[in-house]
Design a protein. Structure first.
Length: 183
């Protein structure tokens, strides 16, 4: 047993570090969500911010868009040309994906400065890509509402997780000191 632990020490360290960082960030995010009272920013600040940015982007590409707090659930409705097309919920803000991304980056850490800036840049890329995803999804739902299921559950999740995977591959192959030390 001891020889297996020694042999797979780096794998075990990666898994433990990933789970620890993921757990701490997820608990912190849940504390934030439970502390959000929704009085100023509904349903919470980050989800509200994503809805505001989505609204601005949709209006900038000539779609007359409004966002309205949903009356019976913690979400914000996206309305294009008077037609309700989608809602932004807490799960749409991309924070859980960013938490997963950061957990992997820290578990495969490089130098502190490189890890910090790559984590920051990757988080911004994921946030921006998520906004673009919501904008394109909203436009798609406006024009092709009968394609809702495939757009929302297959194509767009594949794209956002594909982006995270590519960021991970760049990190592991270019910046992580664990790969360089094993080479």
């Amino acid at each position: 047993m001891k020889s297996l632990l020694i042999k797979y020490k780096s794998v075990i360290r990666f898994i433990v570090t990933f789970l620890a960082v993921y757990g701490v960030l997820t608990i912190g995010y849940n504390v934030y969500l439970n502390a959000s009272d929704g009085s100023k920013f509904y349903p919470d600040y980050l989800t509200h911010l994503v809805a505001e940015h989505t609204n601005a982007l949709l209006n900038s590409v000539d779609y007359q868009t409004d966002i309205v707090a949903h009356p019976s659930e913690p979400s914000i409705k996206i309305i294009i040309n008077g037609k309700y097309v989608a809602r932004v919920i807490e799960g749409c803000n991309g924070i859980s994906i960013i938490i997963m991304f950061l957990s992997f980056i820290v578990a495969f850490a490089g130098k502190f400065k490189t890890t910090f800036f790559y984590g920051l840049a990757g988080s911004i890329i994921i946030y921006a890509f998520n906004l673009i995803r919501i904008v394109i999804l909203s436009i798609g739902l406006y024009h092709y509402p009968w394609r809702r299921e495939i757009l929302h559950t297959v194509i767009f999740p594949m794209l956002i997780y594909g982006t995270v995977f590519l960021l991970w591959m760049v990190w592991v192959n270019r910046f992580s000191k664990k790969v360089k030390s094993n080479a």
